[in-house]
Design a binder for this molecule. Structure first.
Ligand SMILES: Nc1ncnc2c1ncn2[C@@H]1O[C@H](COP(=O)(O)OS(=O)(=O)O)[C@@H](OP(=O)(O)O)[C@H]1O
Length: 305
């Protein structure tokens, strides 16, 4: 819908581009109503073009990144790529023109986004993202690393059913309960380690951390903070969500381009593998100091026990 309109735009602002579409739409309406906006605005015609992203959801895997992206897509000032392009971690040699060609078309003033959760944990990604733009806004959805690891394992086992048990993979030595922190589902949860690599390139103010737990218990509250961080009007609000008891998660009343309610697919919100309480206790002890380091770096406490 937005692409067919001629917008009345002011001088560039925000992302070094133009006025957000939502504000411009309001301005156009006021103008049509004859309330004198026209004199204050410069008339220009803009066409949609593919642009490099202004914001990235960089992680974490199984944190709730798909839910966040789908919720943000309701915003008229956001244009988001549906799939994960894996540009900075896998396809970097294809170059920025290839990356740009993957993006949805956007008007000036719209925020272009993509999500690839692996970016958060891949060593070369922060410097590569910085080389693309040192102003890019970064979003990380974090979730209790123990629950995240079980979610990760549940996904792995759904694709490769005959792998060893969670317990076997999580410990180097069962009798001493020595944790194998190199095992990917556990290593991804060492958030302080990964965040520090991003902080070597970007200030904390440019990295917004979303609580994966609150994204489920209060999606509108988390979305309000993300919209503020992106410099957008709070358009996605509690009016957009309902709690689906069968799914056990918040779902959208009316997703983009549809009038029917919509929940995320069955790969989101899987029943987790059952893990022995002693194993959970060992893992919580293992993560405690790492979580404390992460809270210090992030300057906020996520309350994981
Ligand atoms: N609204 C809503 N609906 C469904 N699922 C939700 C929602 N909000 C957050 N989540 C949680 O998202 C978890 C999957 O995270 P990701 O989307 O980041 O996974 S992935 O890395 O892209 O595979 C997924 O993890 P599991 O529950 O372990 O499947 C969910 O807990």
């Amino acid at each position: 819908m937005v692409f067919s309109l001629v917008y009345l735009l002011t001088e560039p602002q925000g992302y070094g581009v133009s006025q957000p579409v939502s504000q411009v739409q309001n301005a156009s309406r006021e103008d049509a109503d004859g309330r004198g906006v026209q004199g204050a605005l410069e008339r220009r015609e803009y066409t949609a073009a593919r642009r490099l992203p202004h914001a990235l959801i960089i992680g974490v895997k199984k944190g709730g990144t798909r839910a966040l992206l789908e919720f943000l897509r309701l915003h008229p000032d956001i244009r988001a790529l549906g799939s994960e392009p894996h540009f900075f971690d896998r396809h970097y040699t294809r170059g920025l023109d290839w990356y740009r060609s993957m993006m949805p078309k956007a008007l000036e003033g719209q925020v272009v986004m993509e999500k690839t959760p692996r970016y958060f944990v891949t060593t070369d990604t922060p410097s590569r993202v910085h080389a693309m733009s040192r102003h890019v806004k970064l979003i990380v959805v974090v979730r209790d690393p123990v629950t995240r690891a079980i979610s990760d394992y549940t996904q792995i086992i759904s694709k490769t059913p005959h792998i060893p048990s969670f317990e076997t993979l999580a410990f180097k030595n069962h009798s001493t309960a020595e944790v194998d922190s190199q095992w990917s589902p556990l290593w991804i949860g060492l958030y302080a380690l990964h965040l520090q690599r991003w902080l070597d390139w970007f200030p904390l103010e440019q990295i917004h951390l979303v609580s994966g737990e609150r994204l489920i218990s209060d999606p509108a509250g988390e979305l309000a903070k993300v919209q503020d961080f992106l410099g957008l009007q709070r358009i996605v609000t509690d009016k957009h969500f309902y709690f689906n008891k069968t799914k056990g998660f918040p779902c959208l009343k009316k997703p983009e381009g549809s009038s029917k309610p919509h929940c995320l697919g069955k790969t989101k919100g899987r029943t987790h593998a059952r893990i022995d309480p002693h194993v959970l206790k060992s893992l919580r002890e293992f993560y405690r100091p790492h979580n404390e380091d992460f809270y210090k770096l992030a300057r906020q406490d996520f309350g994981w026990q």
